[in-house]
Design a binder for this molecule. Structure first.
Ligand code: AP5
Ligand code: MG
Length: 192
């Protein structure tokens, strides 16, 4: 089993590369952003609270995310080949709690960091915003999401680097070339 934390700024290609990984390795995919957007679409009270945060580019509370992840891990099928965690963990407290949670279930995870230049991130998200219908794909919110990423999320990379399970990938290239870099890491680490 190989669990992968697919890490990176908004627009770095986490969703895109997750899809390629699912197709190639048969891994499960958990995008916390997608789970939250599905809750918003249901129009529940919780969905409304989530919407108020996401639409302006702020993170939802750690407790909410940890509850979701704990449920997911506890209910993972026995035969699972592993999961791609796309968008989680996103704060240091989430990363610390996730390590403990994986340990409890005798699992671990590697982090793959998609590194992309800021101008390119903005360009990709503006382009996606023309068709995505995502409330957070507007220039001001994109800028805010990137600032939140630098402030609250990026420090996690150091946490994983210190724990020795961190791998960086140059995400500026074409999708298939980014995937080749990821594949090399997954093939090597999956054998261990
Ligand atoms: P989330 O849905 O995770 O959004 P994000 O991190 O901002 O990332 P995106 O989904 O925008 O980008 P991506 O990296 O998936 O890139 P994509 O592949 O789509 O989170 C949304 C919100 O939910 C957060 O802001 C927060 O409020 C909340 N949330 C989620 N998780 C949370 C957590 N754990 N804790 C607290 N709050 C949480 O690619 C982008 C575009 O670029 C696409 O159009 C794609 O086609 C294109 N593209 C991709 N790769 C390439 C390439 N190599 N070359 C050219 N184009 C490319
Ligand atoms: Mg995404």
């Amino acid at each position: 089993m190989l669990n992968i934390i697919l890490f990176g700024a908004p627009g770095s290609g986490k969703g895109t590369q997750s899809e390629l990984l699912v197709n190639h390795y048969g891994l499960q995919h958990l995008s916390t952003g997608e789970v939250l957007r599905a809750e918003i679409a249901k129009g529940t009270e919780l969905g409304k609270q989530i919407d108020a945060l996401i639409s302006v580019g702020n993170l939802v509370p750690d407790e909410m995310m940890l509850h979701l992840i704990e449920n997911y891990i506890a209910n993972q099928p026995k035969h699972s080949k592993g999961t791609i965690f796309d968008g989680f963990p996103r704060t240091v407290p989430q990363a610390v709690a996730f390590t403990a949670l994986l340990k409890k279930y005798h699992m671990d995870a590697i982090m793959i960091d998609l590194m992309v230049d800021e101008q390119l991130l903005i360009q990709r998200l503006i382009e996606r915003g023309k068709v995505s219908g995502r409330a957070d794909d507007t220039l001001n919110t994109i800028r805010h999401r990137i600032a939140v990423y630098h402030d609250q999320t990026e420090p996690i990379a150091h946490y994983y680097l210190r724990h020795g399970n961190y791998f960086a990938v140059n995400g500026n290239y074409e999708m298939k070339d980014v995937f080749l870099q990821i594949k090399r890491i997954v093939d090597r680490e999956g054998k261990k």
